[in-house]
Design a protein around this ligand. Structure first.
Ligand SMILES: [Zn+2]
Length: 412
């Protein structure tokens, strides 16, 4: 059994026209915009054209079902079709389209799986409203207060946007599934990084999904005249940040793992004048690893470094933790199954972590999950330049197909 690449191609190219901006060539299908709803409608049409029943839950997640012969817990496969602004054609979409193709293949093969297989396209994976609304709803991590207060960056509320399209936002509470009814969750996704492309391997088998914490840090010194303040009499906040940035590689080396990442992606120097010694810097620190212990060690080390620098430079420092997402370990059995299928298909694969967050990370707190990566050309993603060679897409989709077959035929 093999996927039909032509059908995958046609679906990807068709969906990429929905929300496409003709000027920058980016796709704008942010959650619950008109384009996103048009994408959802397109998906329902494609599911029905395949002769599969479609359904939509309270969080506006779209599902397609291929009934199994038993009522054993079902296998979920999916991803998302919402996008960031000015997106490429594959982030999320690939997993949904490939999942649909797998369901079509299995249906055409005429062999009914033991377990029901359900394709899900989750709402708002890209976090327009701050979280992963669709998968969080399925996992029962949404409450009425969240529904009432979730807004996007422009202050538009989730409630307003859902109601505008005829959805009842409170119904998202009904989207929660009983973990006992679910066997596992599989997601195929573009890597969104350069590793597979550099290795010339067509498939990545994800073993861990990285966790992260983000801090907002303030270093306070004293703003003063750039000409009259002697170098040894300054409390230069920016110099504190410069010292800290310089220590990042050492801290990762000493306290991190080879999967650790730390980024200062945003900084503001205040008051921000050419002729003034900076009195305040505010910056964001984003730290990731696949182990919670390592994340905790890194947090300690970064705190100590900040404190030592502040003392040395006569600065004050404070930080606020903005987010903390724990790492997720993929299910052993699923990782092994994906690996075996890649071997059977004689594909060169790499066992690797996922550096980006995905619906699988949310689902992984409830049921065993697995992810299949395909290479991103030059590691580019979240831009119209995002691309993956068709033969890699075909290889990954075949691994997904055979992994699904395997996972849906095993008894508990
Ligand atoms: Zn994605």
């Amino acid at each position: 059994m093999q996927v039909n690449l032509e059908r995958i191609k046609a679906d990807i190219l068709e969906l990429s026209q929905i929300g496409r901006n003709s000027e920058d060539h980016g796709i704008y299908r942010m959650a619950f915009t008109d384009a996103d709803i048009a994408g959802k409608r397109w998906l329902i049409d494609r599911i029905e054209a395949a002769g599969l029943p479609s359904s939509i839950d309270g969080a506006a997640n779209i599902s397609a079902t291929l009934a199994g012969t038993s009522d054993l817990p079902r296998v979920l496969v999916g991803s998302h079709i919402d996008t960031v602004p000015c997106a490429g054609a594959l982030d999320g979409t690939l997993g949904v389209v490939a999942g649909l193709e797998c369901l079509r293949c299995l249906k055409e093969s005429g062999v009914q799986p033991d377990r029901t297989i359900e394709l899900v396209a989750f709402s708002d994976e890209e976090g327009r409203f701050g979280g992963m609304f669709g998968s969080q709803s399925v996992c029962g991590q949404i409450n009425p207060e969240m529904i009432a207060t979730m807004t996007d960056m422009n202050g538009v509320s989730l409630q307003e946007e859902m109601s505008r399209h005829g959805y009842d936002p409170v119904a998202a509470l009904d989207a929660a599934r009983d973990p006992e009814s679910l066997h596992c969750y599989l997601e195929m996704h573009i890597e969104q990084g350069p590793v597979l492309d550099r290795l010339h391997k067509s498939v990545g088998v994800v073993d861990q999904i990285t966790g992260l914490f983000t801090w907002s840090v303030r270093l306070k010194g004293e703003a003063n005249h750039a000409g009259t303040t002697p170098m040894d009499m300054r409390h230069d906040a920016f110099m504190g940040l410069a010292d800290f940035a310089h220590e990042v590689p050492r801290i990762l080396e000493e306290n991190g793992s080879d999967r650790s990442r730390a980024t200062i992606g945003k900084a503001q120097i205040l008051p921000g004048a050419t002729n003034t010694v900076p009195g305040l810097v505010e910056f964001a620190l984003d730290v990731r690893d696949t182990s919670m212990d390592v994340l905790e060690d890194l947090a300690d080390a970064f705190r100590k470094a900040l404190s030592a620098i502040a003392r040395r430079r006569s600065l004050m420092f404070e930080f606020e933790q903005k987010s903390l997402i724990s790492p997720v370990e993929c299910g052993d059995l699923i990782v092994k199954t994906i690996q075996q299928q890649a071997e059977k298909l004689q594909l060169d694969y790499e066992i690797m972590p996922s550096g980006a967050a995905h619906d699988a990370q949310i689902m992984g707190r409830m049921i065993p999950v697995g992810m299949i990566f395909v290479p991103s050309k030059s590691g580019q993603s979240h831009s119209p330049a995002e691309w993956t060679a068709w033969q890699d897409i075909e290889a990954g989709a075949n691994v997904l197909l055979h992994s699904l077959t395997e996972m849906s035929s095993k008894p508990d």
